[in-house]
Design a protein around this ligand. Structure first.
Ligand SMILES: [Zn+2]
Length: 254
């Protein structure tokens, strides 16, 4: 299997996992940067992530527009992905979703969404809240163009996740496996934090040192990381699509 085919197959798996884990529903999307052309990325056409197949994947440029003739509808908010890839050369995968559990943290300023559980550490020590109204006033809250997308990317800065006020979140990572992991644990961390709040008392967040220690020990292809990817893929009914990273490179016949 070529590297490109493997990346697209992983993108299909990522779509199914995010649906199965309730990060996305009919709405929300995941994308991956083209492995050989950093100015392009892959994302599904406008379709619920759980239904995405190989033929539904389209290639877009960093302006959010298709690089080939495309008559099918595209995600209205594809500019989230384009603008983050444009601003962040280190980012190779992006998720946008409306997961309910994170929404309260985008509309109150009393309790910031930060890691409180070890698996939530990958969201990073700082999670900015982007409010589209700050710059654009009354809108339908959707990221409909590059101006919206670039403003969101500015708010994200060098962080891993930005909450979008009254809307959802955008997350960014070096790889699909990382952005999926981050996006699955983000709502779980939010749930744990909200429940802890209900118990009362002072919230003990993970320290910056703990977050750094978790990030420092993390390897995308480690057996521990791979275990989750395989598990989630099987649970989502697409375990048969999983290929190990060492199978991605095409090995010429000898
Ligand atoms: Zn949205």
């Amino acid at each position: 299997m070529s590297k490109l085919d493997a990346v697209i197959q992983d993108l299909i798996i990522a779509n199914r996992i995010l649906a199965r884990e309730d990060v996305v529903d009919a709405y929300g999307h995941v994308s991956v940067r083209h492995p050989d052309n950093p100015k392009h990325f892959f994302i599904a056409r406008s379709l619920a992530p759980d239904l995405v197949e190989r033929d539904d994947i389209v290639e877009l440029g960093l302006d959010g527009e298709p690089v080939r003739q495309e008559s099918r509808a595209l995600y209205l908010e594809r500019f989230i992905h384009a603008a983050i890839y444009e601003a962040r050369p280190d980012v190779h995968a992006v998720v946008h979703a409306h997961a309910e559990d994170i929404l309260p943290f985008g509309v109150v300023d009393a309790t910031p969404l930060r890691p409180v559980i070890h698996s939530g550490s990958f969201i990073g020590a700082h999670v900015p809240v982007w409010d589209i109204a700050d710059k654009f006033g009354d809108t339908d809250l959707l990221v409909r163009n590059m101006d919206h997308g670039r403003d969101l990317a500015r708010s994200l800065g060098g962080d891993n996740v930005a909450l979008m006020r009254g809307h959802g979140f955008a997350s960014a990572a070096r790889s699909l496996i990382e952005v999926v992991r981050l996006s699955v644990y983000l709502p779980r961390n939010a749930r744990a934090l909200q429940r802890a709040k209900q118990l009362g008392g002072k919230i003990k967040y993970l320290s910056e040192g703990e977050i750094a220690a978790r990030a420092g020990g993390y390897r995308p292809s480690s057996p521990e990381t791979w275990r989750a990817w395989e598990y989630w893929a099987h649970k989502a009914g697409c375990g048969h699509l999983v290929t190990k990273p060492d199978q991605h490179e095409h090995k010429p016949k000898t």
